[in-house]
Design a protein. Structure first.
Ligand SMILES: Nc1ncnc2c1ncn2[C@@H]1O[C@H](COP(=O)(O)OP(=O)(O)OP(=O)(O)O)[C@@H](O)[C@H]1O
Ligand SMILES: [Mg+2]
Length: 224
């Protein structure tokens, strides 16, 4: 059933449910007998955690698009060299909260950087180790921002990209759709639904793309 190791990334707008769904996916994999590495970008290593602080806090126009792309790429490279590649080489699955696709859509479609330039940067940063599947949790911008607004008000999250304005996030969403249309490794999953439904859709998408048969968590285990 499990032709290991697979490298899976979840992507999507802020507040689309990536962290929530990653958590469920990691638990579902465990229940299917698969112990995986769970990473997040930015910030998957000690160096990355410092980079995350630089990039995600403070004023939204502190760095220009190229500065952002370079810092995110530095973090991504560190995570690739120190965590992702060693894990895959050792035969372990890796599931990641975001991937290079985030930089393509935020700095490319959102900020207007050249997609060719970003593609070159990705090749350097990740040495062409790409996820087998990139799942985009697709939601309308207003829903993501309203979910995030609740977290920011509660002091649980950084607000930098949320302050970029609705039209920025709209371009980012269109970017996700455009990239999904171009690349067979990318799957759009409708994430405008409850946690259980989205979890089932994520597992179904993975099974379809990878030709495997993971069982999703039962409803009562999602809702604890
Ligand atoms: N399917 C859902 N329905 C309703 N609320 C949800 C759903 N999924 C997640 N949430 C809630 O929305 C908020 C954002 O979810 P989450 O942190 O998982 O998103 P994210 O994509 O990881 O956000 P970020 O990009 O900021 O890391 C959380 O408060 C979470 O509990
Ligand atoms: Mg998150």
């Amino acid at each position: 059933m499990t032709e290991a190791p697979y490298y899976i990334a979840l992507d999507g707008l802020d507040g689309s449910g990536k962290s929530s769904q990653l958590n469920l996916l990691v638990r579902a994999l465990l229940a299917n007998g698969i112990d995986c590495h769970h990473i997040r970008e930015p910030g998957g290593t000690d160096v990355g955690a410092k980079l995350r602080e630089i990039v995600l806090t403070g004023e939204h126009d502190k760095l220009d698009g190229i500065g952002e792309a370079l810092l995110f790429s530095a973090d991504r490279r560190q995570t690739m060299l120190k965590v992702t590649k060693p894990a895959l080489d050792a035969g372990q699955w890796v599931v990641s909260d975001r991937s290079f696709l985030t930089t393509t859509v935020f700095q490319g479609y959102g900020r207007g950087l050249s997609l060719e330039l970003l593609e070159t940067l990705h090749r350097i940063a990740i040495e062409d180790v790409r996820p087998h599947v990139q799942i985009i949790l697709d939601i309308p911008v207003e829903i993501g921002l309203s979910r995030k607004g609740v977290q920011i008000e509660a002091g649980l999250d950084e607000a930098r990209f949320e302050n970029m304005g609705v039209s920025f996030h709209q371009r980012v969403r269109e970017g996700y759709h455009a990239e999904a249309a171009k690349d067979d490794h990318i799957v759009l999953v409708d994430a405008d639904a409850d946690l259980v439904t989205v979890h089932n859709r994520v597992v179904e998408a993975l099974n379809g793309k990878l030709g495997i048969s993971l069982t999703p968590l039962p409803r009562e285990k999602v809702l604890i």
